[in-house]
Design a protein around this ligand. Structure first.
Ligand code: NAD
Length: 520
């Protein structure tokens, strides 16, 4: 859209205004010859959720309004009622229209009904809207909130779309279940770059990466490799990598050693809860889910149904989620006012039941009273806790959400791929490893030769050990000295089937620029 604003004046009087401005539409008025430009309201979508959701959302919106947030709110229904009305995703089709229109979603927690068949709303929304980064600041508020880690200030950046959360699972045999762990180069590039951009923008000094690439050399290995490649582009930010097990132990023991920590989805899911809990309480953390066009903001806790309707719940997690939203939509002064008023309230000892402690708290309050206390402090700053400042960014939305295509890594040429073999998985009972190995070896052909048979990843043929425990799930690896074609694999499968074996899955073995793309 072409944008313009023309104002014709006669002396001090405005006599004519014509405007077409995307961000100022309907936001100006002429009254008695004076042009008033009204503050721009940002459209957002709000869901009040289930359990304690409606109470903490009401408290949050009350505080945002009192602090002068300029929001144009569209309300949608999600959660338990929608699930129980027969929508297995927990979100009505028309709600998507609002989310696509506003692109900003402030979401209260919801209750997922018990029993099978209900899909996780969070996972659905994250995947459908491409919210690839989950960001959780985990801060301790010593001495006002009890914690063993008084100087903790860690931001967990969790990859949000891939890994085991692809939700692709199979029962392959009577005894064996499979979950697919998917890690892609673009997925790694997006999240790692996001972590470094976040660090740069919020003046963080170090980005740490956690993976388990000593075991998962290909999938986690890629995450680590991409981390190293992208880290090299950010010379101003320190970087380091930890194996996730010892890294997690260090994070739980010495969180002050960390600043921004980026990791694949599953580790991030677990460790962001650990980090929030050791900071003081999961009830105090908010999070953002960022995509290239949409973003969702929420508390990290659930709907706490046992506390619902009692004016007891702590609205802080959702309120801090809303602060992240204000930063995202570039309403920095309001974000600062809300955040500092909240810090001052904590510091003044006005606490909900979950963080109330006789020796540090002054007043135990309910949800509404806590919100009123924050509202009464709008404009004030904490005196002992560190006050926050947010710097306004150029442009409309300020949050880092750069697509990954800008980086050097993505500019690399495609590797040359050759298929050099196939792993054939069998469901087989009642045969020994040697019987299976010998029978399968007899099916070699078209250059494909049986290299080995494994059971749960351990070699059992040739030269297996009698002590190795085996299940009904066998992998037969065929390799060829030259590249093979699909027809060679289908011919092999026909021979396997004709020999009376039940093959349940195949996995092509490929090289990329001559390097093996499969585990040894
Ligand atoms: P929960 O986070 O709701 O509650 C865990 C504990 O923390 C409870 O003891 C609760 O009383 C307390 N608690 C949580 N938030 C609090 C707050 N703001 N103030 C004071 N105390 C608080 O976890 P749960 O009990 O395992 O799950 C309850 C429901 O929430 C389930 O249906 C679950 O599926 C859902 N859930 C939703 C989300 C979400 O919408 N993002 C996230 C997690 C769980």
């Amino acid at each position: 859209m072409n944008q313009f604003l023309s104002v014709v004046t006669h002396g001090a009087q405005v006599i004519y205004v014509r405007a077409q401005l995307s961000s100022l539409e309907n936001q100006f008025q002429i009254q008695k010859g004076t042009l008033f430009i009204m503050a721009t309201k940002t459209p957002i979508t709000v869901a009040h959720g289930d359990g304690i959701g409606p109470e903490i959302m009401a408290a949050t919106l009350h505080i945002l309004e009192a602090a002068g947030a300029q929001l144009d709110i569209e309300t949608i229904e999600i959660g338990e009622k929608v699930y129980l009305a027969g929508n297995s995703a927990g979100i009505a089709p028309e709600a998507w229209d609002s989310l696509r229109r506003t692109k900003v979603f402030l979401k209260a927690p919801i209750t997922t009904p018990q029993g099978g068949g209900y899909r996780s709303l969070n996972v659905t929304v994250r995947k459908a809207l491409g919210l690839y980064a989950n960001v959780r600041p985990c801060v301790s508020y010593h001495p006002f909130v009890k914690t063993k880690h008084p100087v903790m200030d860690v931001v967990i950046v969790r990859e949000n779309e891939e890994d085991l959360y692809a939700g692709i699972e199979y029962r392959q045999t009577n005894d064996m279940m499979l979950s697919l762990k998917l890690i892609s180069r673009p997925g790694c590039e997006k999240i790692v770059r996001y972590a470094f951009e976040y660090a740069r923008r919020f003046n963080r000094k170090k980005v740490t990466c956690f993976t388990k690439d000593n075991i998962m050399k290909i999938s986690d290995g890629l995450f680590h490799k991409v981390f190293d490649e992208i880290a090299a582009e950010y010379a101003d930010i320190e970087n380091e990598h930890w194996i996730v097990d010892i890294g997690a132990a260090k994070l739980a023991d010495t969180p002050e050693a960390f600043d921004v920590v980026v990791m694949p989805n599953l580790y991030g899911d677990i460790l962001s809860d650990v980090a929030a809990q050791i900071a003081g309480s999961v009830g105090l953390a908010g999070s953002s889910n960022i995509g290239t066009s949409c973003a969702m903001f929420e508390a990290i806790h659930g709907s706490a149904p046992r506390r619902a309707g009692q004016n007891m719940a702590n609205p802080s997690g959702l309120l801090l989620g809303a602060v992240l939203m204000l930063v995202h939509i570039n309403q920095m002064e309001t974000a600062e006012r809300v955040h500092n008023a909240w810090l001052k309230t904590l510091e003044d000892g006005i606490h909900t039941y979950d963080i109330y402690k006789d020796d540090v708290s002054k007043e135990k309050v309910g949800t509404k009273e806590f919100a009123d206390a924050v509202v009464a402090r709008v404009g004030q700053k904490p005196s002992q806790l560190k006050a926050v400042t947010y710097v306004k960014q150029d442009g409309e939305a300020s949050e880092v959400s750069k697509p990954a295509t800008t980086n050097k890594a993505a500019a690399k040429k495609e590797a040359t791929k050759e298929t050099v073999g196939v792993d054939v998985y069998l469901d087989c009972v009642g045969k020994s490893p040697d019987e299976i190995g010998r029978a399968i070896e007899a099916l070699n052909g078209d250059g494909l030769k049986l290299e080995l048979v494994t059971n749960r990843g351990t070699k059992v043929y040739p030269d297996g050990l009698p002590e190795t425990f085996t299940t009904d799930h066998w992998r037969c690896r065929f390799l060829s000295e030259k590249a093979i074609e699909h027809k060679h694999i289908t011919a092999l499968l026909n021979r396997v089937s004709e020999a009376g074996f039940d093959f349940i899955k195949t996995e092509n073995l490929c090289t990329f620029d001559g390097k093996a793309g499969y585990s040894a």
